[in-house]
Design a protein around this ligand. Structure first.
Ligand SMILES: Cc1cc2nc3c(=O)[nH]c(=O)nc-3n(C[C@H](O)[C@H](O)[C@H](O)COP(=O)(O)OP(=O)(O)OC[C@H]3O[C@@H](n4cnc5c(N)ncnc54)[C@H](O)[C@@H]3O)c2cc1C
Length: 374
C-alpha cells in the first residue's frame, strides 16, 4: 500500500483547499469524498472575495454572478437598499461548480482523488493512520478531517464531541430570467432567530430560510412558500433541501495525534450570518501548511493550527456570537436601529468582503441595539 503524506476526508471547500495547497507544496495527498463528484450541496452560494487570498487561481469560471447591492426587509416589508461600496463584489456560485473547480486545481497539481468512496473507519498503527473505505484501505502519515457538518471523521479519530450551535436551513434553486442579478435580499422578522434570503444567480435564484439560534421550531417551508412568490417564483417549482449548519460556539482544540479538523467539521461557521465557505477555505489553507510543517519536522506544527484558527477566526467569531445573541433576541430593535441606520449596508458589505472585521464594527452595532432597547 503506498503511504500518503496526508489523507483528506471530504472534498468540500475545506478539504479541496487543503488538497490544493499540500499538492502545491509537493506532498503526496489523497482526497477521499463520499459523494460522486461533482456533488450538489444545499447552500446560498454567497462567497466572500477574501477567499482569493487562499485560492491563488482564477475563480471566475465558477462565479455565476457578482453581488454589489443588498436589500433588507422586515417581515417582507420596510425595505432598505443600497450599494456595498466595497472594492470587490461578493461572488454568487453554484456549489457543484465552485467546489469542483478547487478539486480540479488540486488534481492538476497531483492530488489523488477517490470520490464515491466514504471513509468508514480509522486505525492508528506503525505511526500511520489507516483509513477504511469501500475501495480498500489507504495509509497516511497525517489526516485532515474536512467532512462537513454531518461528518463522523473527527469522532472516528478520537476527538471529543465538538461544541457548536446547531442551525437548521433550507435551500431551493429556482431557474428564471433575471432582471437584476446583482442584488442580494435578506428578510428579518418573518423567521424568529434567523432570516430568509434570495441570492441571485445569472439564471435564477437560490432561496432559503435558516434558524441560527434557540430551539423554537418554525416551519421554514411555510415561510419560503410565502417569500418565493414575492420574487415571482412558484415554490412548488423549486427542489428544496435541508441541511444543518454547525455554527462557531467557542474555541476548541482542532488537532490530535497526526490529525486536524477543518471547515464545518470544526464548527467554524459564523454564528450571526451562518457564512461557512470562507472559514472552511481559510482553515483548509492553514491545515495544509501545518501538516506540511509537521512533515518537515517542525515542532508543534499541529498545535499551531489550533492556535492560528483561534487567533485569526475565533477572535472574530466571539464578536459575531455577541452580535447574533443581541440581534436575534431583539430583531425589531436591531432592524430599526442597526439595519436601517445609514452606512449599515456598507459596513455589512465590508464585513462580508473581508474589508472590515467584527472587532471593528460590532461594538457600534451592539451599542445601537442596547440604546434602542432602553
Ligand atoms: C442551506 C445552506 C445555505 C448556506 N449558504 C451559505 C452561503 O451562502 N455562504 C457561505 O459561506 N456558507 C453558506 N452555508 C454554509 C456552507 O455551505 C458550509 O459551511 C460549507 O459547505 C462547509 O464546507 P466544508 O468543506 O467544511 O464542508 P462540506 O462543503 O459540507 O463538504 C464536506 C464533504 O465531506 C463529504 N463527506 C462526508 N462524510 C464523508 C466520509 N465519511 N468520507 C468521505 N467524504 C465525506 C461530504 O460528502 C461533503 O462533500 C450554507 C449552508 C446551508 C446548509
Amino acid at each position: 500500500m503506498p503511504i500518503h503524506d496526508c489523507l483528506i476526508i471530504g472534498a468540500g471547500p475545506a478539504g479541496a483547499t487543503a488538497a490544493y495547497h499540500l499538492a502545491r507544496l509537493g506532498r503526496r495527498v489523497l482526497l477521499i469524498e463520499k459523494a460522486p463528484l461533482p456533488r450538489v450541496k444545499p447552500c446560498g452560494g454567497g462567497v466572500s472575495p477574501e477567499v482569493s487570498r487562499w485560492l491563488p487561481f482564477d475563480l471566475a469560471p465558477a462565479a455565476s454572478t457578482q453581488v454589489t447591492r443588498l436589500r433588507f426587509t422586515w417581515e417582507m416589508g420596510s425595505p432598505v437598499e443600497g450599494d456595498f461600496g466595497t472594492r470587490e463584489p461578493i461572488w454568487m456560485v453554484r456549489r457543484e461548480r465552485f467546489d469542483q473547480l478547487i478539486v480540479d486545481q488540486a488534481v492538476a497539481l497531483g492530488a489523488e482523488l477517490k470520490d464515491a468512496n466514504a471513509a468508514t473507519g480509522f486505525r492508528w498503527a506503525n505511526h500511520r493512520w489507516i483509513v477504511e473505505t469501500p475501495m480498500g484501505d489507504f495509509e497516511g502519515k497525517y489526516v485532515i478531517a474536512a467532512d462537513g457538518a454531518l461528518g463522523k471523521t473527527a469522532k472516528m479519530l478520537g476527538f471529543p464531541a465538538m461544541k457548536h450551535t446547531l442551525a437548521g436551513a433550507l435551500e431551493g434553486e429556482a431557474h428564471c430570467e433575471m432582471k437584476d442579478s446583482h442584488t442580494a435580499h435578506l428578510d428579518f422578522g418573518t423567521i424568529p432567530n434567523g432570516y430568509l434570503w434570495a441570492f441571485p444567480k445569472a439564471d435564477g435564484w437560490s432561496m432559503g430560510a435558516g434558524i441560527f439560534r434557540g430551539r423554537q421550531k418554525r416551519n421554514l417551508h411555510e415561510a419560503l412558500e410565502v417569500y418565493a412568490p414575492t420574487f415571482g417564483i412558484i415554490p412548488s417549482g423549486m427542489s428544496i433541501a435541508g441541511h444543518p449548519i454547525k455554527l462557531w460556539d467557542g474555541d476548541q482544540v482542532l488537532h490530535t495525534q497526526n490529525a486536524l479538523i477543518a471547515g464545518e467539521a470544526a464548527c467554524l461557521a459564523d454564528p450571526f450570518t451562518a457564512e461557512g465557505i470562507r472559514p472552511s477555505i481559510f482553515s483548509g489553507f492553514v491545515a495544509a501548511h501545518s501538516v506540511h510543517d509537521a512533515l518537515s519536522g517542525k515542532d508543534r506544527a499541529l498545535e499551531s493550527y489550533t492556535r492560528r484558527i483561534h487567533e485569526e477566526w475565533g477572535s472574530e467569531m466571539r464578536w459575531a456570537r455577541r452580535v447574533a445573541k443581541l440581534f436575534y433576541s431583539m430583531p425589531a430593535v436591531a432592524y430599526r436601529f442597526v439595519v436601517r441606520e445609514s452606512g449599515a449596508i456598507h459596513r455589512m458589505g465590508q464585513l462580508l468582503c473581508g474589508e472590515a472585521r467584527y472587532s471593528e464594527v460590532a461594538q457600534h452595532a451592539i451599542a445601537r441595539i442596547l440604546a434602542g432597547s432602553s
